[in-house]
Ligand binder design. Structure first.
Ligand SMILES: Nc1ncnc2c1ncn2[C@@H]1O[C@H](COP(=O)(O)OP(=O)(O)O)[C@@H](O)[C@H]1O
Ligand SMILES: [Mg+2]
Length: 232
């Protein structure tokens, strides 16, 4: 396992959000994390990256407990987050945004990253704010890759994107899987996630309510209707 979350409890102040949450991601695996709005998906990613460290439990990355380490140290160890808000620098160019992600010794250099994202290559000197939503998402993923991560955490990459652009983002995720990047994919768009994922977790109120394959989840009408708002 590249990532093993073992029974974490995470709080915002007095608000107890994650309750003994557990999940794992194997090397090279794409794991989807689903659940309705407010279930604790983003908080799970924030716990892993150290932005909101858990109060209890362990987060093993390559076998080492990283729970509570400085976010900077966690990112240096090879975990990259593509946040829901994308966090592109609007007044910097595409090239400058990418340079910010650069890390010594990364197996992804500017040119190798740009090979994966031809549309960004054409817009290297455009400012972040001049990009479409889809291009901003691509830039956020490309910037995360510049750090040379072994584990990529994606927070709702399809959010606000037109269907055609969602397809492009999905293709990118598939390509990254071929490059042996392990991924934890948070999505509201269950259909997209189920097409990409090897395994799926559904969480609600900060605990796991389902673990299985996409096929098993599709067959579980109770879980899909209750927690994903599909079928009935
Ligand atoms: N910064 C914060 N301070 C206090 N409560 C928060 C904060 N961020 C999120 N929450 C609460 O934590 C819960 C889980 O939120 P979140 O992890 O963002 O859910 P999801 O990503 O699944 O939609 C929600 O009830 C939300 O209101
Ligand atoms: Mg969220």
């Amino acid at each position: 396992m590249i990532l093993e979350i073992k029974g974490i409890d995470t709080y915002y102040g007095l608000g107890h959000i994650l309750h003994g949450l557990w999940l794992s991601v194997a090397e090279g695996e794409v794991v989807a994390l689903l659940g309705r709005n407010g279930a604790g998906k983003t908080t799970t990613l924030r716990s892993v990256t150290g932005l909101t460290p858990p109060k209890r439990g362990e987060i093993l990355y390559k076998g080492r407990n990283v729970a509570g380490l400085d976010p900077h140290v966690i990112s240096q160890s090879g975990i990259a987050l593509v946040p829901e808000t994308r966090d592109i620098f609007s007044y910097l160019t595409v090239k400058e945004n990418l340079s910010i992600g650069r890390r010594k010794g990364s197996r992804w250099q500017m040119d190798t990253v740009l090979e994966r994202f031809p549309s960004l290559k054409e817009r290297l000197n455009n400012k972040g704010r001049e990009l479409s939503g889809g291009e901003q998402e691509m830039l956020a993923i490309a910037r995360a890759l510049m750090t040379g991560p072994d584990l990529l955490l994606l927070d709702e990459p399809s959010q606000g994107l037109a269907p055609l652009v969602v397809t492009a983002v999905m293709d990118t995720i598939r390509e990254l899987k071929h490059q042996h990047v392990s991924m934890l994919l948070v999505e509201q768009n269950a259909e997209m996630a189920l097409q990409l994922a090897d395994r799926v977790y559904v969480i609600d109120h900060g605990t796991v309510v389902f673990e299985g394959t996409p096929t098993q989840l599709r067959a579980d009408q109770k879980v899909t209707a209750t927690y994903l708002g599909v079928g009935g």
